[in-house]
Design a protein around this ligand. Structure first.
Ligand SMILES: Nc1ncnc2c1ncn2[C@@H]1O[C@H](COP(=O)(O)OP(=O)(O)OP(=O)(O)O)[C@@H](O)[C@H]1O
Ligand SMILES: [Mg+2]
Length: 460
């Protein structure tokens, strides 16, 4: 995104020559000839940098500086002074100007100042921005299943249309984060920030101020104006993760923003306009949330301009193998191993397993195996117990519901395995009920701590 610069000078020649020069250097430029026009433009355009002449016809540049800072404390103001007028320059710095430059100046000097400001602002921004080592390409996203091919196609279209709102849905671990990053990384917004906000992890009462910012004195403790993440992300992408957890009270504000691209800071009267793309994600059933009056239907439609649905891994067939091979390559590299592949039986077991944790679970499993195995090929024995023994996640044997009188045992039934499955089931249940308190869980199961520990070592 081009940086926005405002030039405030009463001399038309300066406005024109500096303006044209800066445009040539790739900046977006606006000009104003007096204080009133400057105030108006700061409100409307929200320049990152203002070059302000100290000697305007009828007013002092210092007054204009104060006004500009009042409107937008984060706009950086560079003062243009007559040669030798250092006293005014010092006053200006005290009032919050970033720097000053003596007239006459050349364009190169100006450009150096601009770059310095951008750099220091970027440093500040880094506190919020999700950092990644490299940009994702669509090749980093494995998916050959037809539903995944459709996802990849949509990512391409969305990368080219950088204003369109996106709603990504899918179970936990299916790749929602990854898809959001791929959309941002491949769009022209990739030079600006992508800010990720998890609506579930920010306490309800702070979410509004985090997102939209606040004005000085808008509530106790608001000692100065603060920009929200939506403003900080200007030019980039905002990823609203777990949108289903957005509090009902805040939903109208987000809706208004999506409709009008404007919002007010808490306690603010002015509308703030920012240029961002919103990508939202959830693993929640939003339709059910709408019927339960926990999610606004109008907001749902606004978000759902282009939906992306990520299928659960267990329904993606061959992708399981492709992903396993990819993660095997990645972790071979990471742990300096040379494992060649999977045996046929191991492949079958991976394919059969129900992968409730989806791609994340598969990735973690492969990481663990690569770390532990010393063999050339990964065999069934190397897989975690649950995967070795899972039959598409169905309850079988003892749990199987059949008509009375028709009970039978599956071919290949193993009593030992059934008992193990039951043990795992009840151990997990007890640990969940007892919040992972080991002593309580063993008591609940009627086992000694030692006996529970031994079983845990066997199964998990
Ligand atoms: N298609 C894919 N190709 C390669 N890696 C993938 C793919 N999908 C997901 N992953 C990897 O799986 C892990 C989980 O993905 P991600 O964090 O994007 O899931 P999520 O849907 O956002 O999960 P949650 O709902 O828990 O936030 C990540 O490490 C991601 O890199
Ligand atoms: Mg996620």
């Amino acid at each position: 995104m081009k940086k926005k610069i405002l030039i405030v000078d009463d001399e038309e020649f300066i406005r024109l020559s500096l303006g044209e020069g800066l445009k040539d250097l790739g900046y977006k430029v606006a000009t104003a000839s007096d204080g009133a026009e400057a105030e108006e433009k700061v409100k409307k355009i929200k320049p990152q940098i203002v070059f302000l002449d100290m000697r305007l016809s009828n007013e002092s540049g210092l007054d204009v500086l104060t006004k500009v800072k009042e409107i937008d404390s984060e706009a950086e103001v560079v003062i243009m002074t007559a040669y030798g007028d250092t006293q005014t320059a010092v006053k200006a710095i005290k009032l919050g100007a970033y720097d000053y430059i003596g007239k006459p100046f050349d364009l190169q000097e100006i450009d150096i100042i601009i770059k310095k400001i951008i750099k220091s602002n970027e440093l500040q921004k880094k506190l919020y921005i999700y950092e990644k080592e490299k940009r994702l390409s669509t090749e980093d996203l494995i998916g050959e299943h037809p539903l995944m091919k459709e996802v990849l196609k949509r990512i391409d279209v969305l990368a080219k249309n950088d204003e369109v709102t996106v709603l990504i849905r899918g179970e936990s671990g299916t790749g929602k984060d990854l898809v959001a990053s791929a959309i941002h990384d491949n769009s022209i917004r990739n030079n600006s920030a992508m800010i990720k906000i998890n609506c579930a992890s920010i306490p309800k009462q702070f979410l509004e101020s985090e997102l939209f910012g606040f004005e000085k004195n808008s509530f106790t403790g608001a000692n100065e104006r603060k920009k929200g993440l939506m403003e900080i992300a200007d030019g980039g992408t905002v990823f609203l993760d777990e949108i289903g957890e957005m509090p009902m009270e805040l939903q109208p504000k987000l809706l208004r923003f999506l409709e009008e691209r404007k919002f007010k800071r808490i306690g603010g009267l002015e509308d703030i306009e920012v240029d961002i793309r919103v990508i939202a994600a959830t693993n929640k059933n939003l339709e059910a949330a709408i019927s339960n009056k926990e999610f606004r239907e109008d907001l749902y439609y606004r978000l759902n301009v282009v939906p992306i649905f990520l299928p659960p891994l267990r329904e993606r067939g061959g992708d399981i193998q492709t992903l396993s091979n990819k993660f095997l390559r990645d972790y071979n590299h990471k742990f300096n191993k040379k494992i060649k592949g999977f045996t046929k039986n191991a492949e079958k077991a991976l394919l059969r397993y129900s992968w409730r944790g989806n791609v994340r679970e598969l990735k973690n499993v492969i990481e663990r195996i690569v770390l532990m195995t010393e063999e050339d090929y990964i065999d069934v024995e190397d897989l975690p117990f649950e995967i070795r023994n899972d039959k598409k996640g169905e309850a079988h044997g003892l749990y199987k519901k059949t008509e009375p009188g028709t009970e039978t045992l599956d071919p290949g039934f193993s009593l030992e395995r059934e008992v193990e499955q039951m043990e795992i089931h009840y151990i997990k249940l007890a640990l969940k009920i007892c919040n992972n308190n080991f002593s309580k869980a063993s008591e609940m199961l009627g086992l000694s701590r030692f006996a529970l520990k031994r079983r845990m070592e066997k199964y998990f």
